[in-house]
Design a protein around this ligand. Structure first.
Ligand code: ADP
Ligand code: MG
Length: 587
């Protein structure tokens, strides 16, 4: 913590002092770095964190630069009017492009962004009102209360004020309720939806945010250079921005500054050096960048920031988050209320009937075990109940309402929380942040509150809840470790803590004891019993017979997608049909 504050203070002092100490040439260089860092920062969020690749950010830069330049040159509009218009147009373009392409998988978006930026490049180059390939000049400088920012160092302060504000806002955003959901978008969107995150809307939000950052950069660019032409907004520029984000460290906010600095300085340097070496003019730096990028990805996938961070001494271990008032809890239905009912449910995958005329009923306050050999259809039942999959026929009722057509998010809101048989954690995110995703629907602060840090009260309560649930499942020692570094058995327990954070009515756990040692299994059974005694209802899929028999109130046995038997553990253990089909095979 101290180390991070120290590094930030040092960075801010350096940014503030640079124009006073450095020659004009370097101030210009830093201006370009600041402009590029804004765009790269958008890509860090979009590509590095959310996993959405865009080659088209320079088109947003260009759209914004041309909007403000054209308004100023043709209509004499003030740059501030230009700013509003440019950002509005950029936002509209990002929303339109995003809602068309984000629904498709990753590479379609990448192709879409290339297509859109090529198209826009030609529009810029052909429209007479935009000066065609000559561009627009005599764009005015920005003035602030009569003070004209028309020297390099005055522009420097404007550019870096915006860049630093954007960096801090992005850092705050990632460290929040919405930020945790954004970090789950890349590999864990099914999980995020199961805790109530609207992943489609969130992707669009990140795309919009990245577009607006590019738009800000374009506005600054136009009024700093006082000139716009299409050449700065070609596809090459888009690739450069992506290089910057990747070189710096695509999942790190500060990577945007480091990547933009390295690429900008290197380009200046190579532009002079390489033609002298080859005795011929040309854009050789592109080749060098390509080689560097390949080497870098080979050596360190995550870019330079994490590689440098490893060299620094480890900071003080962060403590448990401070106590905070508990979150409100939902009313649990009275013990014995009919809770979940499946009636004649069918699900097929192509020719395979995974669930065949399955029925079961459970009441509030019981632990129902669902057992059966591998491939019997147990996890598919979980996915049907939680809305990950749609039934082909049959009814599913939760608290007497039909849910077989409901979305994952709607089912989560009703109080169903789950764990996944194939662990579904964001592996590079600390355990406590993973678990806090479970609280998503118990908070309400959005991205603007997060950027401005007005979400801190709620955030403290969400993190305190996550810490409490982790302590409850016995993982209080591991709050700040990356979730992926825990043994698989403990990762399953982390998933239980996350589900408990949702304050569920019904908890669905899929093979929670797999990979646990004997003592850990005992502790898990004790925990599940305790939860039941507190009124929670649990549907448990499990392979370990000993674990199930001592724990559950009733059992349903599945085989080949169908219900084979149902009853008390002792009855099931004595049932010859079950023994033959299932237990016999195991013992
Ligand atoms: P269990 O959890 O009881 O081991 P599952 O519900 O995972 O069984 O799987 C039941 C059957 O459905 C298996 O034959 C499995 O291969 C198949 N199956 C599960 N999910 C899918 C899917 N998404 N696509 C195709 N087949 C699937
Ligand atoms: Mg399964």
């Amino acid at each position: 913590m101290m180390r991070r504050h120290g590094a930030l203070a040092l960075f801010l002092v350096f940014v503030a002092a640079a124009p006073l100490l450095l020659p004009a040439f370097y101030v210009t260089l830093f201006n370009y770095i600041g402009l590029a860092a804004l765009v790269a920062l958008g890509l860090v969020l979009l590509t590095g964190v959310a996993g959405i690749v865009s080659f088209g950010q320079q088109a947003f830069v260009g759209l914004s630069a041309y909007t403000t330049a054209a308004l100023a040159v043709h209509a004499g509009a003030s740059p501030w009017v230009g700013l509003v218009a440019a950002l509005a147009l950029t936002a509209a373009a990002a929303l339109a492009l995003g809602s068309i392409t984000l629904r498709l998988s990753g590479h379609y978006l990448a192709i879409g962004t290339i297509a859109w930026s090529v198209a826009l490049y030609y529009v810029f180059g052909h429209l007479e009102v935009l000066g065609q390939y000559n561009g627009l000049d005599n764009v005015p400088a920005v003035s602030l209360a009569g003070w004209k920012l028309d020297t390099g160092s005055e522009s420097y302060y404007l550019i870096w004020l915006v860049a630093v504000a954007a960096l801090l806002a992005a850092r705050n955003l990632l460290d929040s309720r919405v930020g945790r959901a954004i970090r789950a978008l890349r590999f864990r969107s099914v999980m995020a939806e199961s805790f109530g995150v609207d992943t489609a809307a969130l992707k669009l939000l990140v795309f919009l945010y990245a577009g607006l950052l590019a738009g800000l950069s374009g506005w600054l660019y136009a009024h700093y250079l006082r000139f716009v032409s299409p050449h700065a907004f070609g596809v090459n520029a888009g690739i450069d921005y992506l290089f910057m984000a990747v070189i710096g460290g695509a999942s790190q906010v500060w990577g945007a500054v480091i990547g933009a600095s390295i690429l900008t300085v290197l380009r200046e340097w190579l532009k002079d050096l390489l033609p002298a070496v080859f005795q011929k003019s040309g854009n050789y730096e592109i080749v060098v960048f390509g080689v560097l990028m390949t080497l870098l990805l080979h050596r360190t996938r995550d870019g330079l920031v994490p590689a440098f961070a490893r060299l620094l001494p480890a900071g003080a271990r962060r403590a448990r988050p401070p106590e905070a008032p508990a979150l409100p809890r939902r009313a649990q239905p009275a013990r014995g209320t009919p809770l979940l009912e499946l009636r004649g449910v069918h699900k097929r995958f192509g020719g395979l009937i995974a669930v065949n005329d399955m029925s079961l009923a459970m009441r509030s306050g019981e632990i129902l075990g669902l057992i059966g050999p591998n491939g019997a259809g147990k996890s598919t039942v979980f996915n049907l109940v939680t809305g990950v999959l749609r039934t082909d026929a049959g009814e599913i009722r939760f608290l007497d309402e039909r849910i077989e057509r409901s979305t994952q998010r709607d089912i989560a809101r009703r109080g169903v929380a789950r764990t996944f048989q194939h662990v579904n954690l964001v592996s590079n995110m600390p355990v406590i942040d993973n678990v806090a995703i479970g609280t998503h629907l118990r908070g309400g602060k959005g991205s603007v509150a997060a950027m401005l840090r007005t979400d801190r009260d709620e955030e403290r309560r969400l993190l305190a809840e996550a810490a409490r649930q982790l302590e409850r499942v016995g993982l209080g020692e591991h709050l700040h470790e990356p979730a992926g570094s825990l043994p698989l058995g403990q990762q399953r327990i982390v998933e239980i803590a996350r589900a408990l954070c949702a304050d569920p009515v019904l908890l669905l756990v899929d093979e929670p004891a797999a990979g646990l040692r004997y003592g850990e299994k005992q502790a898990l059974a004790a925990l599940l019993r305790k939860l039941r005694d507190e009124g929670m209802s649990i549907l448990l899929v499990e392979h370990d017979m000993e674990f199930v028999m001592g724990l559950v109130d009733r059992l349903v046995v599945m085989d080949f997608g169908q219900k084979l038997a149902e009853g008390l553990p002792a009855e099931i253990q004595a049932d010859p049909v079950v023994l033959e089909a299932y237990l016999g095979g195991i013992e």
